[in-house]
Every structure is written in C-alpha cells, then in structure tokens.
Ligand binder design. Structure first.
Ligand code: SF4
Length: 484
C-alpha cells in the first residue's frame, strides 16, 4: 500500500475521520467497488438543501465574486489553504452569509453555514464549522466570530449561532494532524469498537468481513465499546477467548465492574459460541411461546417513520387467518397500508386503525420490537382512547423480537429484523433497502405529490418494503413455532 503524502485533506475526509478513523483511510485506499450505496448521504444532502433554501435572499451570487460584490448570500465557494504544515486543506462551502466586520472586500465579512440532522450539535459540526471559519478568515483577512448551524424542528428551520473559539481551532488543528498521520499509515486504523456507527456506513460489508475473520469481540451481540474494554482488561481479546471461558469464572471476573456486566456473563458466552460455530443454540423459552402457539389467526403490524419530525407516516398490517404452523404463501397475503399524510391528521388515522384492529377483534397483533406498541398506544391516548381500550390493546401485542431473544442464541451480530430474517432465509423483494431508503422514498414522494404526481413509483416501493417487513416478522414467528 502506497502512503499518500500529497493528497489534500478536505471537509469530506475530515467528516469521515471524525465518524471513524478507519473510514477516512478507506475513502483513500479502499476498493471503491466494495462500497455500498446508503440512503443516508442523500437524506443529508436533501436536508441541507431544504435548510439552505430557507436562508435565501434577493441579494445573492455565485463564488468569490459574490463576496467581492458584497452580496448577502454567496453560493458554491471552494477554498484552500495549508492549515497544517505542507498539507493543503480544501473545503466546499455551499453557502456563506454576509455579516458585520471589516473584510478585504468592504465593511462586512462572511460567516460559514452548516446544516445538521440529529438532535444536537456534535463535535463533527463544531470542527467542520471551525475548518470553514479558518479558511474564510484567510480569504477575507478578517476573523469571523460566529458560524451558523441550521436544523429542522417540526418542519420549521431553526438557526443556531455558534461562537468560533480558539479552543475549537486548536482542536481542529490537532484533529487534522491526527488525520494526516492516519492517512500516511500503510495499514488502516482498527475497526471502531462502537459498531453501531457501522450500520449506516458504506464500508460496512468490507469491515464486517474483516471483523468476522479476526474474531473481534465487537462482533458479539451484547458487547459494545465499553464492555469490550472491560473484557480486554480481564484478558479476553477475541470471540475465541470468550467462547472458551466458564460462565462462573467470567461472572467472578466481571463482578468488580458492576452487576450489569457480570449478570450477562452466560448470555455473552453462549452468544460467542453460537457465532463462532455458526450454530443456533436453543434456550429455554418456558411459557413465553404459548400465546403464539395457540393463535389461530394473527395480524402483523409494522410502522415506517420520519424520525426528524416524529411522524409515523405508514401503519402497515397483514392478516394471516390460519394457524402459523400451516404452510404460508407470501404472494396470497393481503396487505393493508394505512397512510398518515400529515402529523395533524391523526384523528382520522386512529379511526382507520381502530376499524382495522376491531374488525379482527381480540386476535393477537404481532410486531418486531417495542416501537410499534409504544407508538400505537401513545396515538390512542392522544386521541382519547379509554383505559379499557388501551388495556385490551396491550393484551393483544406479541413482540416477536422479545420471543426470539428469550428462546434462541443465534449466530448473528444483532437481533434486528433484517439480521434474523436473513438468518432464517427470508429475502426482501427490493434488494439493499432499509428504513433510511424508505424515508428517502417518502420524502421524495411527498415532494412529487405537491406536483400532482400522487401515485408515484416511490409510494409503491414504500408499500412493498413495509409489506416485506410485516412478512419478515411473520416468517420469524413461524420459524419460532416450527422449531419449538
Ligand atoms: S464500517 Fe464501521 S469500522 Fe468500517 S469504516 Fe465504517 S464505521 Fe468504520
């Protein structure tokens, strides 16, 4: 591997590095053919366009010329400067806003603007703002004091002013130096121990393969970055070590770090054994499966949401009118999508959902994970459902995720719907889809609907995806019964 001394560092590379050191290295040296497409970058870009659109003003221009002319907004600026020794640092600044000051262009200056998704301002936002701030300072020969961060809250664009401090600049330079060291190395930095980050990373396929080959502890479901460190401290460094240790020994060793760690000793050992041997291990489900075994007729329920505005836009149901141990033909399953176009149309949604679930009175409602019952019960309470109605509804829910965890240790990295469905051999009709992709389709469809294109392909894709989520839940429930 040739190390890259001359390549400029840009804002994109810095963002990757802040997320995961290995990601930045892979962006330069990784085999691009192994990269997966993820919907996250498109969602982020669309969000950025929405936010920046809100700042638009009559007086605007393109490039550095707009700054020279003192326009209120300058779009599409690219700047570069060796912020660290012998290394050009480049940044794309999609938008700059005019503010007070004394720049080389007149008695005004420009400040950097970022758009953020997520709940709060993070280190990533602060460092990127600092980087863009330093590059602007150098061009305009004036030290801008604040940058802007835009975000959406319930469809309203909010603007936060962030002070650009010396402390942030020092942290930025230290980070650029560390990033430089990483990309000059011939070997990639280690796989992050916080593997949750990997679920939305385009390099995950490549890194998963390496982690499995090397037996990383972070591969074991139930082991996060903190627990991995504790296990390393007591001499357990890979899946093989963990699979070999006796539960009482591990419990004893972990006790000094707290019962939350020692109590799951047996569980993580079984999990590592299952993953190491690639074999499912049956636990003792007790009576947990009885309700499911007895059901002769079930509804399956799955929601699609827009987390940024806390909007559950699709409530999908399928009904299986037979005992789950019978043969199931996917193609014949009837799917009912209940769309909730806007957040403020909940009362009619609740009526439609009530009609749906009361039409099949008292039959169990199967779902995967806690989200569905929590959202539905909250919706009912907001719409004035009586305590009897809520209690009756609560009794009908059966969480298939809970039952899987109670009944089996499976050779999977996590117990999410996708992993388990894949393990039992179920495939989504549309390849490479996930919740983020469905959200992207939804946002695109919402925009096209405004242009009177109501029945678009995007809406059909969301329905297909949600239907398959329901069928995946059903097939896991069936697998549980067939293997009981
Ligand atoms: S998949 Fe995970 S470890 Fe690999 S580059 Fe992405 S975030 Fe880092």
């Amino acid at each position: 591997m040739k190390c890259n001394k001359s390549k400029p560092i840009n804002d994109h590379l810095l963002r990757s590095w802040i997320r995961c050191r290995r990601k930045a290295w892979l962006e330069i040296y990784g085999d691009k053919q192994k990269k997966l497409w993820t919907a996250h970058s498109t969602l982020q870009l669309n969000h950025q366009i929405d936010c920046f659109h809100n700042l638009s003003q009559k007086s605007y221009g393109i490039g550095i010329q707009a700054c020279k002319e003192g326009k209120n907004i300058a779009y599409g600026i690219r700047l570069k400067y060796p912020l660290i020794k012998n290394r050009i640092i480049k940044a794309n600044l999609p938008i700059l806003r005019k503010t007070s000051g004394e720049s080389i262009w007149g008695n005004f200056s420009y400040q950097p603007v970022l758009a953020r998704q997520g709940k709060k301002v993070t280190r990533e936002h602060r460092l990127l703002l600092a980087m863009k701030g330093l590059l602007i300072n150098n061009s305009q020969k004036y030290k801008v004091k604040k940058g802007l961060i835009l975000h959406k809250e319930n469809e309203v664009i909010k603007v936060e002013k962030i002070k650009l401090t010396d402390h942030m600049n020092t942290e930025l330079i230290d980070s650029l130096l560390s990033l430089e060291r990483d990309i000059e190395s011939k070997t990639p930095p280690p796989i992050t121990s916080n593997r949750k980050k990997c679920t939305i990373c385009s390099w995950r396929k490549d890194c998963d393969a390496v982690a499995i080959k090397e037996g990383h502890l972070s591969e074991v479901s139930g082991i996060g970055s903190k627990r991995e460190l504790l296990l390393n401290k007591i001499g357990i460094n890979n899946i093989e070590d963990l699979a070999k240790i006796r539960p009482y020994k591990l419990k004893e060793k972990l006790e000094k770090f707290g019962t939350q760690h020692s109590d799951i000793s047996k569980q993580i050992i079984l999990q590592s054994q299952s993953q190491k041997t690639n074999k499912a291990i049956k636990l003792n489900p007790g009576i947990a499966l009885n309700k499911l075994k007895e059901a002769k007729d079930v509804l399956i329920y799955d929601i699609e949401s827009d987390p940024d505005i806390k909007h559950d836009f699709l409530h999908g149901f399928i009904r299986v009118p037979n005992h789950l141990s019978n043969e199931i033909n996917h193609k014949k399953i009837k799917y009912s999508p209940l769309l909730n176009l806007e957040k403020d149309t909940e009362s009619s949604l609740w009526e439609r959902i009530k009609r749906k679930i009361n039409h099949h009175k008292d039959i169990p409602i199967l779902h995967y994970g806690e989200t569905e019952p929590i959202s539905l019960l909250k919706l009912g309470l907001r719409q004035g459902a009586s305590s009897n109605e809520i209690d009756a509804l609560k009794k009908r829910f059966i969480d298939i995720h809970f039952l899987i965890r109670e009944s089996w240790c499976l050779p999977v990295r996590n117990y999410g719907l996708k992993s388990i469905a894949e393990f039992i051999g179920f495939e989504w009709e549309q390849a490479n889809t996930d919740g983020a992709r469905a959200l992207l389709w939804w946002r695109q469809w919402k925009k096209s609907r405004k242009l009177n294109n109501i029945y678009s392909k995007n809406l059909n894709s969301i329905f297909k995806y949600n239907r398959d989520d329901c069928i995946a839940t059903l097939m896991i429930a069936k697998w549980l019964i067939d293997k009981a």
